[in-house]
Design a protein around this ligand. Structure first.
Ligand code: ZN
Length: 421
């Protein structure tokens, strides 16, 4: 609990990526005292890295007594912006009603703290662990993880033979094993038009109007189709057990600015230029299920754009990929899944549930770049509270999940043969 508080009090807000080094130092110095060799790895030249906001990750490793399997706990240290609606100080980490409150308490500094405490307990118990323990605190998960786990994966930190099993203590709940996530395709679609004076729109061709036609097609044809595409994978919450499409943003015409009137009723700031928009851009956020392929997902959007090219005079478009990851699912009989499920049964006295996440998390890099399949998310906290005001994590959940993580390590390293029931 006190480590959770200590971490929450460091406002590692992303963007822009504040205080990453301070947070890494807290973790690194604590683990160093327990015999871990600690590295601070800056993702030089990776997205977002600058001297003002260096992307610094911490990786700590404690060797085992033999060449046994290495278990790695990875948590992201960044948190999202505070937002409004808080009734407590988001960075005071106050404790009330058995909960630690604060931005990042649930997602996911509580989980990081639980994994640290789990490893410390194993070390203090003096058990002869045959394999290595690793703990990393990484950056930028909330913005794609390219300078965090993504960067470390490219450097070989998440591949065999260095690492065998990975547990990411994201807030999925103390009795749930998260096997993976849906796929994602982010794309920017731009419609093109012809600029003209806003008072004579008939002389131009509005890119905004073309975008409206495209969005209308998506809303009336694609989205209803997606609502009928269901997955057999138990994604939580159940509303995400189908394909979805969100419009993350849209902008057309004059550069974005807010316009207002002063007390005299006069416009404040620069006035907008009265022109017909020559360009309009929308960012599509398509989340797809394991039963779909990325190629099909892209093609059905392109087909709709092509239909408009045929049917709508002057329609022209460009599509740019921003990011894509295919769905990920670790098999239920993978060692880390089975060990964690057994530990849940033992600590909590109930069967583990298997779930998948609606959005991606750092497992995508570990699978794609690290080529390591034995990876899950398991950790304390209620996912719905992530990114919300008055985010909290329950202290009993911290304790229970730490117990599960410690037992899972013992199981994976073969120290607990009595658990193979
Ligand atoms: Zn998270």
């Amino acid at each position: 609990m006190s480590l959770t508080q200590e971490l929450v009090r460091i406002p590692t807000i992303n963007p822009p990526g504040d205080a990453y080094e301070a947070c890494c130092r807290v973790l690194g110095e604590r683990l160093q005292r327990k015999g871990f060799a600690v590295e601070y790895v800056r993702a030089v030249g990776a997205p977002g890295d600058s001297d003002a906001h260096p992307r610094i990750n911490v990786v700590a490793r404690r060797e085992g007594q033999a060449q046994g399997p290495c278990v790695h706990f990875n948590g992201h240290i960044d948190v999202v912006e505070v937002g409004s609606g808080w009734t407590v100080d988001p960075f005071a980490a106050i404790v009330k009603d058995g909960k630690v409150f604060g931005r990042g308490s649930c997602d996911m500094k509580g989980g990081i703290a639980a994994s640290v405490v789990a490893c410390e307990a194993l070390i203090e118990a003096g058990l002869p662990l045959p394999g290595a323990l690793e703990i990393s605190g990484t950056v930028d998960e909330e913005s794609g993880g390219f300078s965090g786990v993504g960067y470390l994966c490219r450097q070989g930190y998440f591949s065999k033979p260095r690492v065998d099993h990975v547990i990411i203590p994201e807030p999925l709940g103390v009795d749930r094993v998260c096997l993976g996530h849906r796929g994602v395709w982010w794309a920017e679609v731009e419609t093109h038009g012809r600029i003209a004076h806003g008072s004579m729109p008939f002389l131009g061709d509005s890119a905004v109007s073309h975008m409206v036609a495209f969005l209308h097609l998506l809303e009336t044809q694609l989205q209803p189709r997606l609502a009928h595409r269901h997955t057999a994978i138990p994604v939580e919450p159940p509303g995400a057990r189908q394909s979805t499409l969100n419009f993350n943003g849209i902008h057309g015409g004059h550069p974005e600015q807010r316009y207002a009137l002063n007390a005299l009723g006069e416009p404040v700031g620069d006035l907008p230029t009265p022109v017909v928009a020559h360009s309009c851009r929308a960012v599509l956020d398509r989340r797809f299920i394991a039963e779909e392929s990325l190629e099909t997902v892209k093609q059905e959007v392109v087909d709709m754009l092509d239909e408009l090219v045929r049917t709508r005079p002057g329609f022209a478009y460009t599509v740019r990929d921003i990011m894509s990851f295919v769905p990920s699912a670790t098999p239920k009989d993978a060692p880390v899944v089975m060990a964690t499920a057994r530990a849940i049964a033992r600590v909590l006295g109930r069967e583990a549930q298997y779930i998948a996440s609606p959005g991606t998390y750092d497992q995508k890099h570990i699978q794609r770049t690290g080529q390591l399949r034995d990876c899950i998310a398991y950790g304390p906290g209620i996912l719905d509270l992530a990114h919300q005001p008055d985010e909290y994590v329950g202290i009993d959940e911290l304790v229970q999940s730490a117990g599960v993580m410690a037992l899972a390590v013992l199981d994976l390293q073969g120290v607990l043969p009595l658990m193979s029931h």
